[in-house]
Design a protein around this ligand. Structure first.
Ligand code: ZN
Length: 398
């Protein structure tokens, strides 16, 4: 049997299978159940997070013989045609390659005719922001008075390029980048079913590399399977993405927190030598310290963190070893470096300086500490029991 790429084979077929977009799928399911489906939707969000997939499921939900239903049957002819992209009633187009007004005029004429199998004709227009001004005008006329059997689903990565007249006539949903932990969960499920031996750190590396995109994560898995076969380790993934291993990143964070500048610089140096992506490393450092900060403020509650169980253990220890004010200062230093990284002549120097400053901020006495010490001293004077090391001061105030 021919190898079928993971993204296609594991494409979600039901609203409940779409990972990380529950705020969208729940609303759509409710709208279908209440028979209040809008005539035009706009799905907004970065690439590869489920916009087209959700659009196809919605098309199926509308046209399934049991539909409109929030749970299309996946067995009837309408469902099967839509799944295989052969439905005459679900027309998918990419606005990036059909930007012109003629194309939209043709669409308008075509939309007048009743659906082949019915009950709806669904137009899915990807990258809709690419349409020309003339094309948007032509589209607007249809959106103002859509034939009752027509539904539009637009998808875009750049909603700010869509005219306000169009935006005011669609129901907009913003899809979110998917949390790394959710991607790890889904990939683990796929790996189990495909008989692929991949550990959690490797899965996490894939998810980190994909930056919230399920499709990118799945393509990376395909690539890894092609290179490595069915046994995949974290190291294999690192080389594909230019990422830093989780443990190395954690060690660097610990070195900074301990104020161990030599150790931190040695780590940075070895990462530079192996050609790691330095701006990316800096961003991951910021995320790590952000996680530590949240753990400090929530007193160790990891529920709002996008991390795996292994990571939580290390983060908790790191959080216990420091205090909030220091972490805030470190985040400021790294964020400042991040904003300058892109234009830096030497990213390496910028990162090294940031790491040194961060390590110093981690150990230099904080204002809170100094105030605390003053308060202790003051109390000791008042009680007439100054600590020994301030005995010389005491003598002046008998
Ligand atoms: Zn069906």
């Amino acid at each position: 049997m021919a190898y079928e790429v993971i993204a296609r084979k594991w494409r979600p077929q039901q609203f409940d299978d779409v990972v990380g977009q529950e705020h969208v799928t729940r609303t759509l399911k409710n709208a279908i159940e209440a028979e209040r489906v809008a005539h035009a939707y706009l799905f907004v969000g970065p690439r590869g997070i489920g916009k087209t997939t959700t659009a196809r499921i919605l098309a199926k939900a509308l046209n399934c013989v049991k539909g409109p239903t929030p749970t299309p049957c996946d067995a009837c002819d309408a469902c099967r045609e839509i799944m295989s992209g052969k439905s005459l009633d679900v027309i998918e187009m990419d606005a990036a390659s059909n930007t012109g007004v003629d194309y939209i005029r043709e669409l308008r004429e075509n939309a007048m005719y009743a659906p082949a199998r019915g009950p709806f004709k669904v137009y899915i227009i990807d990258e809709v922001h690419m349409l020309s001004a003339g094309a948007f005008n032509a589209l607007l006329k249809t959106l103002e008075e859509p034939p009752p059997h027509v539904k539009f689903i637009f998808a875009t990565t750049e909603p700010q390029k869509i005219p306000a007249t169009i935006l005011s006539r669609v129901q907009r949903f913003d899809l979110r980048p998917i949390a790394a932990a959710r991607i790890v969960g889904r990939l683990a499920e796929i790996a189990r079913a495909e008989g692929i031996d991949i550990d959690e750190d490797a899965l996490l590396a894939v998810a980190r590399g994909a930056e919230g995109g399920m499709r990118d994560a799945q393509s990376a898995m395909d690539q890894l399977i092609a290179f490595q076969g069915k046994t995949i380790r974290e190291q294999d993934v690192m080389s594909v993405f230019g990422l830093v291993a989780r443990r190395t990143l954690e060690e660097l964070v610990s070195a900074i927190l301990a104020g161990d500048v030599p150790q931190a610089l040695t780590t940075v140096s070895s990462l530079v030598d192996t050609g790691k992506d330095l701006p990316r490393l800096n961003v991951e450092l910021i995320e790590s310290f952000r996680n530590i900060m949240i753990l400090i403020y929530t007193k160790g509650n990891p529920s709002s963190l996008d991390v795996t169980a292994n990571q939580v253990e290390v983060l908790k220890k790191q959080a216990e070893s420091t205090e909030a004010e220091r972490v805030l200062r470190i985040i400021e230093i790294l964020t400042d470096a991040d904003s300058r990284m892109r234009y830096a002549l030497s990213q390496r120097t910028l990162l090294e300086v940031a790491v040194i400053k961060a390590a110093r901020a981690a150990t230099v006495a904080s204002v809170e500490q100094i105030i605390g010490q003053i308060a202790t001293l003051k109390k000791a004077f008042e009680d007439g029991q100054a600590p020994e090391d301030s005995a010389s001061v005491k003598k002046k105030h008998p």
